[in-house]
Design a protein around this ligand. Structure first.
Ligand code: DC
Length: 246
């Protein structure tokens, strides 16, 4: 796993909060809001879902059974994922390459959406991907989004956010996103897939999706992106003031 932005900006960040974790279900706004907050702070942004999606894409391409945990772990350990600044101006926030191939948009294909939760269930797969995520976060100055970042990957993070929204609203957001990209998509199919993924991600034995005990919960159902970003930046401002007093 190579995260090029981290290589370009290796200095240790001492400002509070060194790291912000942002967890929550699909369509809760994590990626958009996480990236915006990171930009405002001058922090890096890392979406941990990329790793699970890259592994799922590889497994589908190589015909690996999604219940074959041992083989999935072996692939997770040796896959070479590179995340670099966008190499094309086609609306991508960054470029993802796996074993030298640009798979940025492949990661968002419906077959990856449908199968990624099954792949992510395996304890061994999660264990293989944790050190890669921790390495990226080690120097701080980062917003990391996912499902278990605040609970498992970075349990000592100083600021943890958990975003949620009503299922129907999340499905509408994803539909608008897919249509904007010219992808054929129906509300029903997206809704059903999200509901199923919520159940698997939230019900799995290892690292289920849930807020950390010390996470701040934000329900974004009736909020705009700008409002959520403002709110999170306000939390950071307050935290910084408190931190300077201590
Ligand atoms: O955020 P996303 O939709 O790109 O994530 C895709 C899947 O990856 C999600 O359904 C479950 C898995 N995932 C995970 O299990 N843990 C994470 N930290 C991030 C993603």
């Amino acid at each position: 796993m190579t995260f090029e932005a981290r290589i370009a900006q290796p200095q240790t960040v001492t400002r509070w909060p060194a790291v912000v974790t942002m967890d929550g279900p699909a369509g809760s706004g994590k990626s958009t809001i996480g990236a915006r907050v990171a930009h405002q702070l001058g922090y890096l942004f890392f979406d941990s879902g990329i790793l699970y999606r890259a592994l799922t894409w590889l497994a589908l391409r190589q015909g690996i059974g999604l219940s074959d945990g041992a083989t999935l772990v072996a692939v997770a350990e040796r896959m070479d994922v590179v995340v670099r600044p966008a190499t094309q101006a086609d609306g991508r926030p960054y470029t993802v390459e796996v074993d030298g191939e640009d798979i940025t948009w492949d990661l968002r294909r419906p077959e990856v959406d449908v199968n990624v939760s099954e792949v992510s269930k395996h304890a061994g797969v999660r264990a293989a991907l944790i050190p890669q995520q921790r390495r990226i976060a080690a120097e701080g100055g980062l917003v990391m989004v996912g499902r278990d970042i605040g609970t498992v990957v970075l349990p000592d993070a100083p600021l943890k956010i958990y975003l949620d929204a009503a299922l129907e609203v999340r499905a509408r957001r994803r539909l608008a996103e897919q249509r904007a990209r010219g992808r054929p998509a129906t509300y029903r199919a997206i809704l059903d897939d999200m509901r199923r993924r919520d159940q698997i991600d939230g019900g799995r034995e290892v690292a289920p999706m849930k807020p950390a005990a010390d996470a701040i919960l934000i329900d974004t159902t009736t909020m705009t992106i700008d409002q959520v970003v403002e709110y999170v930046l306000g939390l950071i401002e307050q935290g910084r003031r408190r931190h300077m007093q201590d």
